[in-house]
Design a protein around this ligand. Structure first.
Ligand code: GDP
Ligand code: MG
Length: 204
């Protein structure tokens, strides 16, 4: 749950980047970190990484300015994707206010994307939440690989697998190059702040 500090007039929201291993969650956060001004970002914390893999989580705090006299702070988290870290994935979702589901455009990752979305649904349920209630945005990442010889999924196929009813706003991205990264962040921030404000009756 979002933390509201009335004395400091601050709202803290938690957004989790979820998705299968190596889909580009950490790459999204690194791009955001490098592009933001020092005033707008805190320290990016990467806990226990081995090579380029997230073993626990990454955390990036951002200041998004003021709404209704309140300072809006967003903490971006990622989860480790590998199967053996199931309990960490569940833990990181505790108190989540918004989710970015990052899907991998590589054809070989089709089943992993679907499995991870189902894993997200199950884990949210264990925290008493659902993907119908909580703000969510889908990102189809690694679109730069479409023009490479590596087999990739079409956007139509990915939508059919992951967003068949068009329930969630979705964006194409190439996190290594930055395309779509801020579009995704803007949308999830907007939806999350609206959700938190409404839920805690700050703004109707
Ligand atoms: N071609 C391409 N590679 C990407 C993209 N995003 C991430 N990667 C690469 O995919 C690998 C895994 O990325 P990472 O962010 O660590 O994935 P995570 O496990 O979801 O955190 C790294 O080698 C990244 O450079 C992208 O948009 N395009
Ligand atoms: Mg990672």
């Amino acid at each position: 749950m979002a933390l509201i500090d009335l004395s400091k007039k601050e709202v803290h929201c938690k957004v989790v980047y979820y998705g299968p291993g190596r889909c580009g969650k950490t790459t999204n956060l690194i791009y955001i970190y490098n592009a933001m001004s020092d005033a707008a970002k805190g320290k990016m914390l990467t806990i226990e990484t081995k090579g380029d893999r997230t073993l626990f989580f990454d955390l990036l705090p951002l200041n998004l300015g003021k709404i209704g006299g309140f300072d809006i702070r967003i903490q971006l988290y990622t989860v480790p994707g590998q199967t053996i870290y199931a309990s960490t994935r569940k833990l990181v979702l505790k108190g989540v206010d918004g989710v970015v589901f990052v899907a991998d455009s590589l054809k070989v990752r089709k089943a992993k994307n679907i499995e991870s979305l189902q894993d997200l649904a199950n884990n949210l349920k264990e925290h008493g939440k659902s993907m119908d209630e909580i703000p969510m945005v889908i990102q189809y990442n690694k679109r730069d690989l479409v023009s490479s010889p590596i087999p990739t999924l079409s956007i139509e196929e990915m939508k059919k697998d992951l967003n068949p009813q068009n329930k969630w706003p979705d964006f194409e991205a190439s996190a290594v190059k930055g395309a779509g990264v801020f579009e995704t962040l803007r949308e999830i921030s907007k939806l999350t702040v609206k959700y938190v404000a409404k839920k805690h009756l700050l703004i109707k």
